[in-house]
Design a protein. Structure first.
Length: 495
């Protein structure tokens, strides 16, 4: 604990964002380059080095947060990088994309703004790359065992890296043309530039992990064939079966799923295409869904030059402070948060029909209406109460040329044939069934991540990847020294 009074003398200071007018003209990350390093040591000083650090419990990875806070406050970047990588394969991903449940569990957050744990993590990860503290770590010797990992999202990549470092020969199969899963084609460039992903992939290649792209297992490659060729198979395909909105007018042109829309914008950034065929340019856009994916659509539509953008959230607007009765510390509270995309929408006044930050809270979609050519032109909505029941007399229509459905995901996609070919058992909610050791009903086949847990956070995805790697290593060799931070049945802290 470098400064015992740091939490009393130093106020919280978050990583500064670039001016809205500047950042919406490009696809670069929203933060001011280089602005984190001058402030982060003092921010790390705010850590209280608690006797019982609840931030550990709030993070499924078990990150050693007080330890690397202390090291950052002393500017010992090498040691901080070592402690951070001891529990997290990809801290530059989580430092940018995680909603930071660790900060909700910070003891300081009981009566003050929490330590900027996420920013400290990001600073350590970036300094580790800058100073050469994240070299490839190939195994000393090979085990002679082979593993196929299906899916290259954070779960698949974490499992593959752990198993490769344990000495197994690992091949990652990805249905898309590039590695990364939703981090590649679902997360906009302004939230995480893909250089962060590319250098981890290169690190993994140098360690010995093999990558097979444009290889949809179940369609391009038979699942049984893969199972025969490898000693173990890890299913990390994610929960890609999106939820639908079954209301009149859904069949109209111009109503798209968010995950049909976002990948095209990412392909523009990759240089694959010049303009997205679903571009929001000049269109009145309505986003149905109040979560992170909806916010990603919001920021993307603003950068594409939408005429207006409105986001519908079926939940009531949360308060600015934690409700101590409903969501006591250290649970993750539902409070009003202003993402970078919402900040942009507020400042640019993108949604004249909505509240200041483009969101319409407590709003439920009733139907769509279109023009004579069968293209959507209006979304009809109604306000709802806390039980999602329509409030009489509150119905209205808002104009819409492009509607994006960001309603989440229900489980793994079953249309590619993988689940059927392997004969996998499913849970009632559609996820892949598994036992306490991450094993499915098929010998040698394991399941992890959103495909088995259901839609969750990136920290849970990486934790699942690390845990399933330990299970597979134990299956192949009889024991394992790999860390297993969670079990399949662990869940976030809730009331």
């Amino acid at each position: 604990m470098a400064d015992p009074k740091g939490f009393m003398t130093t106020p919280r200071q978050d990583r500064p964002r670039r001016p809205v007018e500047e950042r919406v003209r490009d696809w670069d990350e929203v933060y001011v380059p280089g602005a984190l390093l001058p402030i982060i040591s003092k921010q790390a000083d705010r850590c209280m080095d608690c006797g019982i650090p609840f931030c550990h419990e709030a993070c499924p990875l078990g990150n050693l947060i007080p330890e690397w806070n202390d090291l950052v406050s002393r500017e010992d970047w090498r040691a901080a990088a070592d402690r951070l990588h001891a529990t997290n394969n990809f801290p530059e991903f989580t430092g940018r994309l995680c909603p930071a449940p660790c900060e909700a569990g910070c003891v300081l957050a009981i009566n003050q703004p929490a330590v900027t744990i996420k920013n400290v993590e990001c600073a350590i990860a970036d300094r580790a790359w800058e100073l050469g503290f994240a070299p490839p770590r190939p195994p000393d010797r090979l085990s002679g065992r082979t593993v196929a990992v299906i899916g290259s999202g954070p779960t698949g990549l974490a499992a593959a890296q752990q198993l490769t470092r344990a000495g197994h020969t690992v091949a990652v199969y990805e249905k898309d043309d590039r590695i990364g899963g939703l981090m590649r084609y679902g997360i906009p460039e302004f939230k995480m530039e893909k250089v962060q992903l590319e250098r981890r992939i290169e690190q993994m290649r140098a360690e010995g992990t093999k990558f097979r792209t444009s290889a949809a297992v179940g369609r391009d490659i038979g699942a049984d064939e893969l199972r025969t060729r490898y000693d173990a198979v890890v299913l990390a395909t994610g929960a890609t079966a999106w939820r639908e909105l079954d209301v009149p007018g859904r069949e109209l042109a111009g109503i798209q799923q968010a995950m049909e829309y976002l990948p095209l914008a990412n392909r523009v950034c990759e240089g694959d295409i010049e303009t997205s065929p679903m571009s929001a340019a000049g269109k009145r856009v309505v986003i149905v869904g109040g979560g992170d994916t909806g916010a990603d659509c919001l920021g993307t539509a603003v950068r594409e030059g939408a005429a207006s953008v409105t986001q519908l959230d079926i939940y009531a607007q949360p308060g600015a402070e934690r409700d101590e009765d409903a969501e006591p510390w250290p649970t993750y509270p539902k409070i009003y948060r202003l993402s970078a995309a919402h900040e942009e929408a507020r400042e640019l006044r993108t949604a004249p029909a909505a509240d200041a930050d483009a969101r319409l809270f407590a709003a439920s979609t009733l139907r769509f209406t279109g023009d004579a050519q069968g293209h959507v032109r209006s979304l009809h909505l109604v306000e709802v109460d806390s039980n999602r029941r329509p409030v009489p007399g509150t119905g209205r229509a808002i104009p819409a040329d492009l509607v994006l459905l960001a309603l989440g995901f229900s489980g793994p996609d079953q249309e590619d044939g993988l689940i059927g070919q392997l004969g996998l058992e499913l849970e009632p909610r559609g996820t892949i069934a598994r036992d306490a050791g991450f094993a499915t009903n098929i010998p040698g086949v394991f399941a992890a991540g959103d495909a088995a847990r259901g839609q969750s956070l990136i920290v849970w995805a990486i934790a699942e990847g690390r845990a399933v790697a330990a299970a597979v290593d134990r299956h192949l060799t009889g024991s394992s020294r790999l860390p297993a931070p969670i079990s399949p049945y662990d869940r976030p802290m809730v009331v």
